[in-house]
Design a binder for this molecule. Structure first.
Ligand SMILES: *[C@@H]1O[C@H](CO)[C@@H](O)[C@H](O)[C@H]1NC(C)=O
Ligand SMILES: *[C@@H]1O[C@H](CO)[C@@H](O)[C@H](O)[C@H]1NC(C)=O
Ligand SMILES: *[C@@H]1O[C@H](CO)[C@@H](O)[C@H](O)[C@H]1NC(C)=O
Ligand SMILES: [Zn+2]
Length: 509
């Protein structure tokens, strides 16, 4: 996106400024609600957070639901407020998005901004703010301010001068929650090495003897329990929007590790960064003072593994276990600043937080149904390929929910979309995506024709499979192209892998 002209401007700024900002930390974003009231200059502890959510739910009874997804080690509720025109219900074709804050208990800004965002959305509804009404009309929004309430309480109760960099980071078992998710990156890379063409919902194959923390289990189950499309995990300690993959192949540090949706992820991260008061601007020093982390010079974004490789992180878990695209945003060099700075931090992030939620609608969505019975088809697999390239499909299909709806985030382009489901003929359609109107998704529905009969196992070549090595067996095509024949091949391969019992009991679909 940055033109030559922009780039040269960046460099000019870089070389002509010293570390401290030349530009005033001002923000022109309009902030309706009482930004200077003392309420927003103080941190909410667990009790205050729950009380505030109860208060918001009272102010906006028809558009909110407060719920707990489980408890922390020390028994605190992990609380969510949902905004929706029909809270508690997934309506077909209405996408779900989530924000999660305070995964590291001593990173407290995201927590406060999400409480404030909840208040802002509720006030917007009550004041008939057109944008907010439209957003909530079309999107189910789940705000989870504190994933690690125990860590927060520890940090909060520790005097600021004694907090250091790490007090309260972990949960009460001393575990870093952003290293405690199933390591699906290693599964992804393993399949890639073995040329197994399986890229999504990898939890189905994953098994280990690792123990998962209660907070991670609660988030994991929640993430799998709703058809989330988009997500952001909010941290502090730096100022940058970070996108998958977080783990590099082989674990080597600082290696750009592209996900199949690199382009879309970059766009998600850029949208957060450029709408932020400072993230993408060369008006501040890198948090660690080194040129290597001068993220503003690269538009305020970074690939996760290029920065530093992390396995067992939450963002890659979202992408590799579910249909949800998650990025990780770092909002400030300081993790737990004086509460007086919170109103300014809200102003700096308000536009980013709003614009990011609208991204839930980029790309395509649609309903997959049985052409005869008109009933929704669950777990249909939606593949997309760039129609102006000779490439195969993007190696990340999404699947339809039990309500038959699917959502596929995409950047502008011309695409071919193939939908396959067990027992149905695969259908392929062309679609052009422009994302030119905020909040308007191209709707592409599929009515699949039932297959006259089950694909017959007897038709498979009989003898040449049993004693071949796995890699021989699955090495049928390095460059998958999306044809019905290809999809049949994939099904066959996976049913054979499954028979071998290599990757657990789940039926591949
Ligand atoms: C929100 O949805 C309601 C009910 O469908 C509709 O009457 C209203 O016009 C919508 N408002 C906006 C701003 O889209
Ligand atoms: C599609 O492929 C063409 C040719 O490689 C490329 O120029 C274009 O940017 C791609 N579009 C998307 C949306 O990836
Ligand atoms: C997409 O746009 C191309 C021109 O860029 C056009 O040839 C094609 O027919 C369009 N496809 C659809 C499905 O609208
Ligand atoms: Zn963090």
């Amino acid at each position: 996106m940055a033109s030559w002209h922009m780039n040269s401007l960046y460099f000019l700024f870089l070389f002509s400024t010293t570390v401290n900002c030349l530009f005033p930390f001002s923000s022109s974003s309009s902030s309706d609600d009482n930004s200077d009231s003392s309420e927003w200059t103080q941190y909410h502890n667990q009790e205050a957070l729950e009380a505030k959510f109860a208060d918001i739910a009272k102010k906006c009874p028809h558009h909110t639901q407060v719920y707990s997804i489980g408890k922390s080690v020390q028994g605190r509720d992990i609380v969510v407020i949902e905004f929706s025109t029909n809270p508690g219900t997934h309506e077909s074709l209405k996408p779900e998005m989530k924000y999660i804050g305070n995964m590291h208990g001593n990173e407290a800004i995201g927590r406060e901004l999400l409480i404030r965002l909840a208040d802002h959305l509720c006030n917007g509804l009550n004041n008939k703010n057109e944008e907010i009404i439209k957003l909530i009309n079309s999107t189910n929004i789940h705000l989870l301010p504190s994933m690690n309430p125990d860590g927060f309480e520890l940090a909060f109760q520790t005097a600021p001068e004694d907090r250091g960099w790490l007090i309260g980071r972990t949960n009460a078992h001393g575990i870093d929650l952003n290293r405690n998710f199933p390591d699906l990156d290693s599964m992804f890379y393993y399949f890639e090495n073995m040329e197994v063409n399986r890229y999504d919902h990898l939890l189905e194959y994953f098994k280990d003897d690792h123990s998962y923390e209660p907070e991670v289990q609660a988030i994991g189950q929640w993430t799998l329990s709703l058809p989330f499309v988009l997500s952001a995990n909010i941290h502090e300690g730096d100022l940058v929007a970070n996108y998958p993959f977080d783990a590099s192949k082989g674990g080597s540090q600082q290696q750009y590790s592209k996900s199949p949706d690199d382009k879309t992820f970059r766009y998600l991260a850029e949208t957060y960064a450029i709408n932020h008061a400072h993230m993408a601007k060369n008006d501040h020093a890198p948090c660690d003072g080194t040129a290597g982390n001068a993220f503003a010079r690269q538009g305020g974004i970074t690939n996760g593994a290029k920065w530093y490789s992390v396995s067992g992180g939450m963002q890659d878990f979202n992408y590799l276990a579910t249909n949800s695209f998650e990025i990780t945003v770092e909002l400030s060099c300081e993790k737990f600043p004086n509460g007086k700075l919170l109103p300014q931090l809200w102003k700096d992030n308000e536009k980013s937080l709003m614009e990011f939620m609208w991204l839930t609608h980029i790309g395509i969505k649609g309903l997959v149904t049985d052409a005869i019975t008109k009933k929704p088809i669950a777990n249909a697999v939606v593949w997309v390929r760039n129609a102006t390239s000779t490439d195969g499909p993007i190696r990340h299909p999404v699947t339809s929910w039990i309500t038959g709806d699917y959502f596929r985030l995409l950047t502008p382009g011309n695409y071919e979309v193939a939908v396959e489901a067990e027992g149905y003929e695969t259908e392929i359609k062309a679609v052009n995506v422009t994302n030119s109107k905020k909040g308007e998704t191209v709707i592409l529905n599929f009515g699949l024709k039932p297959m006259p009969e089950e694909p017959m196992i007897e038709n498979l070549p009989e003898d040449n499979t049993n004693d071949e090595s796995m890699s021989d067996m699955i090495n049928i095509n390095n460059q998958p192209v999306m044809t019905p024949e290809r999809i049949d091949e994939l099904k066959e391969i996976f049913s054979r892998i499954q028979e071998q019992g290599q990757y657990g009991p789940q039926v591949v679909q």
